[in-house]
Design a protein around this ligand. Sequence first.
Ligand SMILES: [Mg+2]
Length: 215
Amino acid sequence: MTRFKSVILDVDSTVSELEGIDWLAAQRTPDVAAAVVALTTDAMEARVPLDAVYGRRLSLIKPTRTEIMDLASAYIRTALPGVREAVSVWRDAGVRVVLVSGGLRDALLPLSAWLGIPALGVHAVDVDYDATDVAVTVRGDAPLARAGGKPEVVRRLNLPRPILAVGDGATDAELVPHVDRFVAFTGVARREHVVAVAADEVRSFAVLTPLVLGS
Ligand SMILES: [Mg+2]
């Protein structure tokens, strides 16, 4: 019997060192990249709502399908030490592990496969491509592209409880009332307002395993 039956993982700056949108922006001119990083930081620090910046970042960057696949490889290259082993141990113990991310689903699927998490366990943002394979628009309602989206998605998932959520950003901290425990992951970025609402602060996946399993 594990302590938690479900684990919700954020991806950017939690499973991987990257902020995916910033990585895509870095493929552009320095001024585009700086503008996008500033928008991301504002959203993560909760200075502006995520919905106000998501579409703007995409239209500034206009990432190609090839670049999004390159990002997928970069996510795997920059995965946090021990994350793959930890997810494997949790899943072997019967814990349901899902990724709930404001990132682009197409860039996350290879990472989830590498982690051993089925595609159905990947909750992220879908984009539509134009005829030249440029990602132009967020597809459909996309709750994860806006503030309040993570709680909305998590409620709908109806995950087995108790649920542990792990993340570094403001959108992760929104999960606090909807899960049984929220852990601030500070192995990549440490945000005081996220740590302040978290039950624990954790810097590595090795430390998370005893917490998840209760051993
Ligand atoms: Mg994050």
